[in-house]
Structure formats: structure tokens, C-alpha cells
Design a protein around this ligand. Sequence first.
Ligand code: F6R
Length: 236
Amino acid sequence: MKFITVKTYEELSERAADLIAAQILVKPYCVLGLATGSSPVGTYKRLIEDNKNGKIDFSTVVSVNLDEYVGLDGTNDQSYRYFMNTNLFDHVNIDKSKTFVPNGCAEDLEAEGEFYDTQIKALGGIDLQLLGIGLDGHIGFNEPDEVFTAATHEVKLDESTIKANARFFANENEVPKTAITMGMMSIMQAKKILLIANGAAKKEIVEKAFFGPVDPKVPASILQLHPDVTVIYSEN
Ligand code: F6R
């Protein structure tokens, strides 16, 4: 594992964007695993700049996102599809038909999970998976549990996750209580993992996840078993 500590969020975003840009340059037909939330916003801004100034080309890139709220479709401005469109896809030359986000409105979420994993396999797996980390140690929406769940699945969000994400909604009651998330299998099968975390509030969980025991109660700790992980942490 490479653990990089930087001082500012700007530096974190620059380093993360450079690693993603390098992946696209080395393998233009790559599959990027992408995340939502506040952590990657600066990284996406840098990637948009890199695309606009001709440094990277997204035309052959395929993306698969980690998760989606159950019940929100892509027109809902709180959905993760909407987030990805407005924070990245609308501003780069990616083919949107090759950007995949789990369907939180699927009638049969179990079938949607199976379909999502099959689709990732059919794409040849993920070349580089970008991750944030929740205050409770979740990656994607794989919440603390007795076991690590392999497949893409529906999950009940933890109270702490609902509270943390309430900042994006009008109030806490509007935060969906369930989501569909990529499971640990597709994440762990990614060839490379890049996890970014910023702020003092994340320091303790980042330390637990990467320097404590591997434990499904700290879901991100499973990444200690992955052969190619880069963590970038910034204090601010
Ligand atoms: C989002 C996701 C989550 C977030 C995590 C951190 O697609 O999978 O695991 O990465 O909740 O969120 P922020 O970055 O908002 O602190």
C-alpha cells in the first residue's frame, strides 16, 4: 500500500487526478470505477481541466459507479447519476452510454445487483477504482457488518451515514434509507484502488482502516488485502 499524506485538499485532488489521467494515458480503453460525495469533487474538477486542455481524452473511457440511492432516478438532483453528470460527465468528452450507475429504481434490486456485477465482468473488470471513505469506514455503501458482502446488493444505510449525507438534502428525513452498492468482489477485483480522504474528522477511521485489523466492522480495512492500493489523505 502507498499511503500519501498531503497538506491541502487541492493537493489531494491534483495527485488523485494525475493518477487517473495516467491510467487513461496508459490504457485509453480503460474502465474507471468512480465515486460520488464531496471527496472526489476537486479531483473531477481537475480531470475536467485536463480534458479541456487536451491532456486527456475520455472518448474511449468506460465508467462504472459504486452506488445509487434506492428510489432516486437520474433526474433527481440528489441521485448519484445526477451528481456524476453534473460534476464530471457533462463536462468531458465521455460517451454517456458507456457510463454505468446502478439503477436504484429497478423493480428487482437483487436482479439489478447480479446484472451490475455481470456487466462489470463483461467489461473486463475495473482498471482503477476511485473510493472515498465514510466516517463509519464504509466504501461504496458497504456499511459495517458481521461479514464482507461480495455481490452488488441493496443495503440499509447506517444512521451515521444518513446524518453525514443529510448535508446534501433539505433535511435528514429526505435522505433515502436504502441504497444499492457495488459489493466487495467487484471492488477487490479492480486492478488498482485509489482511496481519497480529507479532513481531521476522517483521520481516525483512515488509521483504523489501513493500520488496524481487517474487520468487516471497518469495511475499508479489506483493502489491506488488495495488492495495489494508493491512499491519499489530506489534513484539510
Ligand atoms: C459515494 C460513496 C461513499 C463516499 C463516502 C464518503 O459514491 O461510495 O462511500 O465515498 O460516503 O463521502 P464524502 O466524500 O462525501 O465524505
